[in-house]
Design a binder for this molecule. Structure first.
Ligand code: SAM
Length: 252
């Protein structure tokens, strides 16, 4: 199959491909300044999640999950010679270690981390530390420039969309503001940002808002459709219609 066969949606600065990123990454010709992504952690199918009643999704319950796959090796071939990879990953130590190893194997140098601190983390079904933050490991290829200002804290504090009930409809959606910070700080205006596991398209929207180009890859057609609606702003985050009903607001 050619790259064109995977193209799901296109606008002047954005392309969304539907399919397995491990195949599509081999076909991409564009080169990214920043790979900003949130691959499946391979934990949703675990006993803890089953007990807590969270719906299982095949992509995260797959034994062939992205913790062990060399997708980063393929992603690094479509990165510019000076570029960043920022990967959100599981907090579990073996998964963190696997992330560092995967980045090093891909020829990248682990550099720093960025935290999303959850102001009101969801409770757990059993006694265990409640997960109050999510972490992106940022690695460098070559010597990319810092594009941010002189004062950018390496954490964002707030609610995740599913907790604050303003999700677009993806079970592991990231808040948009911290992704905007990462885009602004790690890629210059006009540069290409690539997300090989784009889900509901949070990275693509952040890049668009920050005037960067974006390429998304997502295996599930339903999330590709959601991304298109989101980018076209044809739908509103799930809470807004509810708010409008309960508070008798008129949406203009
Ligand atoms: C953790 S979610 C990303 C959520 C995203 N950050 C957001 O804010 O909506 C991971 C996504 O990767 C997709 N995925 C899983 N395996 C994939 C593959 N091999 N190629 C491309 N996408 C894949 C899943 O369908 C899922 O939507």
């Amino acid at each position: 199959m050619s790259l064109r066969d995977y193209l799901f949606y296109e606008e002047p600065s954005i392309q969304l491909y539907c399919g397995d990123c491990r195949e599509i990454l081999l076909l991409l010709e564009d080169r990214a300044r920043l790979v900003l992504t949130d691959p499946p952690y391979g934990i949703v199918g675990g006993l803890f999640w089953r007990r807590s009643g969270t719906a299982l999704e095949n992509w995260d319950n797959n034994p062939e999950n992205m913790q062990v796959d060399d997708w980063a090796g393929r992603a690094s071939t479509v990165m510019l010679s000076d570029a960043y990879l920022a990967e959100f990953c599981s907090m579990q130590i073996p998964h963190l270690e696997a992330t560092f190893e995967r980045h090093r194997k891909a020829g990248l140098i682990p550099w720093t981390r960025y935290l999303i601190v959850k102001s009101s983390p969801a409770p757990c079904a059993r006694p265990i530390f409640v997960s109050a933050f999510e972490e992106a490991i940022i690695s460098r290829k070559g010597g990319p420039k810092w594009q941010g200002t002189r004062y950018v804290p390496n954490r964002w504090i707030g609610q995740t969309p599913n907790r604050s009930h303003d999700s677009w409809g993806h079970p592991t959606e990231k808040p948009i503001e911290p992704l905007q910070v990462l885009v602004r700080s790690l890629a210059e205006v006009g540069a290409t940002v690539l997300d090989p596991f784009s889900g509901s398209g949070t990275t693509l929207e952040a890049a668009k808002l920050e005037h960067r180009r974006a390429i998304g890859i997502e295996i599930e057609p339903k999330y590709c459709e959601l991304t298109v609606k989101r980018l076209r702003q044809e739908i509103l985050p799930l809470s807004l219609p509810i708010l409008a009903q309960t508070e008798n607001l008129t949406l203009l």
